[in-house]
Design a binder for this molecule. Structure first.
Ligand SMILES: [Zn+2]
Length: 174
């Protein structure tokens, strides 16, 4: 059984790529996965198919992509295949909250667990990126000053049998 991480260590470049993805999909949620071989990190974007599902079946999918995400199955399959072929682990599952703060919602929790069975991806951390339109500049400024974090990470905690926030340590590569 994989030990649940108590801190999320990431390369700054990885975080940067995810911010760019989140801003590019605004006002929709972006989603994706970070694969890791233990040293290197590989950002793999997933198509958010929530709008398609919502259009087809609004009863079952009442939200559209502005407040929900659903990773495209073919993208997920490719990522799993890459993981097997190249021995890369799923380190992080990420998505964005357009015009909302970075928190782990009840829906996020439900998506990340198999009912009472525990986490869907044991050992993986969930990263939620907050992205605002009108506050973008101010957030950028506050981020530069170290006053706010626009991303938060959540890991399964066996003792709490719940997801708890873990600090993000972003390291710039030498
Ligand atoms: Zn969310």
């Amino acid at each position: 059984m994989m030990k649940e991480p108590e801190v999320l260590e990431l390369h700054s470049e990885t975080l940067d790529q995810i911010y760019v993805h989140a801003k590019g999909e605004f006002p929709d949620e972006c989603c994706g996965i970070i694969l890791s071989d233990g040293t290197r990190e590989f950002v793999r974007k997933c198509r958010n198919v929530q709008n398609e599902r919502h259009a087809k079946d609004p009863d079952r999918y009442p939200r559209d992509a502005r407040t929900a995400y659903l990773m495209a199955e073919d993208d997920l399959n490719k990522i799993h295949q890459e993981g097997r072929d190249k021995k890369r682990q799923i380190k992080v599952l990420y998505h964005s909250h357009p015009n909302h703060d970075a928190y782990f919602s009840e829906k996020d929790k439900a998506d990340a667990t198999w009912g009472d069975w525990g986490p869907t991806y044991p050992g993986a951390v969930y990263l939620v990126v907050s992205v605002y339109d009108w506050r973008r500049f101010y957030l950028w400024l506050l981020e530069k000053l170290g006053l706010v974090k626009t991303a938060k990470a959540f890991a399964w905690n066996e003792d709490d049998t719940d997801f708890v926030e873990v600090p993000i340590h972003a390291k710039r590569e030498a």
